[in-house]
Design a protein. Structure first.
Length: 366
């Protein structure tokens, strides 16, 4: 049975209550005392390696800085190789956890039995962020774009910025009579899977391809990882691409269709969509992979949101690795960790209810 997560995301500006999350024994994830809320140092040490989603890059840097204050004998490394590459490395035993913008598939979970001890990997949400449809046009900062229009742009069926389909929803904008250059991810990407999931759900006739980490349309321009797409957007006027909103910077961005309105991306709008997310059917206990509604009726809910996960083992072959993973993930999903991500990346912090469920899953790791 699917279970609704009403308070999965809490918008920036709402006071986040400190949640006590046990890391090892009586130590909690943030290194804070439940009674005093004063920072303590965790008595753990070692090296912890992760790899995966480049969308998490800014958040991870903030998490590492904060975590070092409560676990100064732990060295955390994270290689933002992209979701696909990170999952592959995890399944080969090269890292202790993978960051992925798409929950592990059943096949990937089955493969994880080779690296997890007497168990199979689970998905834990750690990062909620809008995906921005970003463009580089002189003097234009916002455009209303329907999902059908976006689909046709990325299939090459709409090739000019002043195309009637774009003009119809942007009557007050002077659109240039210039070529559109659509840029997609060259690597296997969870951001691509979220983008194609949105297009397939919201405009299935214009985008018949099923969601995929691999870009499904032949031809077009591409960039490796988020940074590659951003670089290509910067280089050429007339470009458009999809990127984690934390990297949108000074680009123009699309307002997307929600109900009868268009909504711009924001942490608040992302939270609106994700607060009613459901845990996917058929998932194992403590696997918190979520199903998002890409066609919301709520005019304030931004439909193109990614939930980025950590893929972890419920049981590790090395006991110290288990301790390090527990401490790290508990810090990441704590009020402090989520606030640092919000400040660094503009993400929507996790809400109380989902944090409790993640905490229970993490504290069961051994």
């Amino acid at each position: 049975m699917r279970k609704s997560i009403k308070s999965l995301a809490v918008i920036a500006g709402i006071a986040l209550s400190a949640t006590s999350l046990s890391a090892c024994g009586s130590d909690n994830a943030t290194g804070t005392s439940e009674a005093s809320n004063k920072t303590q140092t965790l008595s753990i040490s070692g090296k912890l390696a992760g790899a995966g989603a480049s969308s998490q890059k800014s958040a991870v840097e903030a998490w590492k800085a904060g975590f070092s204050q409560v676990a100064n004998n732990v060295e955390v490394t994270y290689d933002p190789t992209g979701s696909g590459a990170g999952v592959t490395t995890f399944l080969q035993g090269g890292v202790a956890f993978a960051g992925t913008d798409e929950a592990l598939s059943t096949e990937e979970i089955d493969k994880s039995a080779a690296v997890c001890k007497d168990s199979k990997a689970i998905n834990l949400p750690v990062y909620v962020s809008p995906v921005a449809v970003a463009f580089n046009l002189d003097g234009i900062k916002t455009l209303n774009l329907k999902p059908e229009t976006i689909a046709k742009i990325f299939r090459g069926e709409i090739s000019k910025w002043n195309d009637p389909a774009i003009a119809a929803d942007n009557a007050d904008v002077k659109l240039p009579d210039s070529k559109i250059v659509a840029i997609h991810r060259a690597d296997q990407s969870g951001t691509t899977e979220n983008f194609t999931d949105y297009l397939h759900a919201a405009a299935p006739s214009a985008w018949p391809d099923k969601p995929s980490k691999d870009w499904p349309v032949a031809g077009g321009e591409s960039g490796d990882k988020t940074a590659g797409v951003v670089d290509n957007l910067k280089k050429t006027v007339g470009t458009i691409g999809y990127i984690d909103a934390s990297q949108a910077g000074d680009f123009g961005t699309a307002a997307l269709k929600a109900g009868d309105s268009f909504v711009e991306y924001s942490a608040a709008a992302a939270a609106k969509l994700v607060e009613n997310a459901e845990v996917e059917e058929g998932r194992a206990e403590n696997d918190l992979a979520l199903k998002l509604n890409r066609t919301p009726d709520d005019p304030e809910a931004y439909p193109l949101v990614l939930v980025s996960y950590y893929a972890v083992c419920p049981q590790y072959k090395d006991a110290n690795t288990a301790k390090l993973v527990k401490a790290w993930v508990n810090y990441v999903v704590s009020a402090e960790g989520q606030q640092k991500a919000a400040e660094a990346a503009g993400s929507a912090p996790l809400g109380t209810e989902i944090t409790k469920r993640i905490s229970a899953a993490v504290n069961a790791i051994k």
